[in-house]
Design a protein around this ligand. Structure first.
Ligand SMILES: Nc1ncnc2c1ncn2[C@@H]1O[C@H](COP(=O)(O)OP(=O)(O)OP(=O)(O)O)[C@@H](O)[C@H]1O
Length: 299
């Protein structure tokens, strides 16, 4: 077991931030925690990494208590740039970690090279851009070649080129066997690196199967909504939702040509027809509002 989080509760005053949070990571994977501002993502990551105390519950990392001080040889936590010191250089930060963890200068430099920050290692961090900060933080986090890498909002403030680089770095680390747990608002990046997403709402996780959101979703626009729905239902399609004279549905087994042919055969006017992949952004809107969504129903 890489990570086992059991029944974590956390309140600040009367505010319940986390309620009965339970989840496991059993094998190397990339897992994302997603939720609106203030939903408790950082609080949860801080609890997992033992920076703050939960009110109750239990956490084990790599079969050890998360309070075991030796755990930081095997895991890393990339926080935001507030942990950096403006008057120190990038190299100073890396050396500090290297000294604590017994990491050689050669390993520091080769890690810096792999992230592409070697050219500005000797510059003071106060002169770094946001992207440079993020890359330094990532270099600091992977210096000890962690088995579990935890990142809080790693895509924050990155321009598209830096975001692509970070994405590729995370995928590379994952390919080499590192388990990654990250929080992020950047759902398009999340969709590119994982389908394992835990949505945090009102202090609880909404765990669901996102595989349907990776499938093509078809969008039929018609002014004969009820009749079209009936035809599709007869054919056994799975509805996603209906919005603005458009029926969103997945077809799964039946060729789309057959569905279209049947709609025309039944004299349904097709004003428009399109397809798209819904992705986690759509699921986010379903959970946190903005979309009027009907329950999926299988015909
Ligand atoms: N030390 C604290 N004392 C009191 N309340 C706190 C403390 N730390 C966090 N909170 C509250 O806990 C809630 C969750 O905060 P947290 O930073 O974990 O959210 P988040 O999901 O990471 O938000 P964001 O996406 O904006 O970073 C917020 O309402 C916040 O005000």
């Amino acid at each position: 077991m890489i990570l086992n989080v059991e029944r974590i509760n956390k309140s600040y005053g009367k505010e319940n931030i986390l309620q009965n949070i339970t989840f496991q990571i059993e094998e190397p994977t990339i897992m994302a925690i997603v939720g609106p501002n203030g939903s408790g993502k950082t609080t949860l990551l801080n609890i997992i990494t033992n920076l703050i105390e939960a009110d109750d519950g239990e956490i084990r990392i790599l079969n050890k208590s998360h309070k075991d001080p030796n755990i930081f040889r095997e895991i890393s936590y990339m926080q935001d740039y507030s942990v950096l010191y403006n008057y120190l250089t990038g190299y100073d930060h890396l050396q500090f970690i290297g000294d604590i963890q017994g990491i050689s200068k050669q390993q520091i430099l080769s890690t810096a090279q792999s992230i592409g920050i070697k050219s500005y290692l000797n510059k003071k961090v106060g002169k770094y851009s946001l992207g440079m900060n993020q890359h330094l933080l990532l270099t600091m986090a992977i210096l000890n070649r962690p088995k579990l890498l935890i990142l809080d909002e790693p895509f924050n403030g990155l321009d598209p080129t830096s975001a692509i680089r970070l994405r590729n770095l995370l995928l590379e680390l994952h390919d080499k066997g590192t388990t990654i747990l990250l929080s992020s608002h950047n759902l398009s990046e999340i969709d590119r690196i994982t389908t394992h997403i835990l949505f945090l709402k009102d202090g609880r996780f909404i765990q669901d199967d996102l595989s349907q959101y990776e499938n093509d979703c078809y969008i039929l626009k018609t002014d004969q909504l009820e009749q079209a729905q009936e035809v599709l239902k007869q054919m056994g399609v799975t509805f996603h939702h209906i919005e603005d004279h458009q029926i969103y549905f997945f077809h799964h087994h039946i060729p789309i040509q057959t569905i279209l042919f049947e709609l025309l055969n039944q004299q349904i006017t097709i004003i428009d027809f399109d397809k798209k992949i819904m992705g986690s952004e759509y699921r986010y809107q379903e959970i946190f509002g903005q979309k009027d969504v009907r329950d999926n129903e299988t015909g």
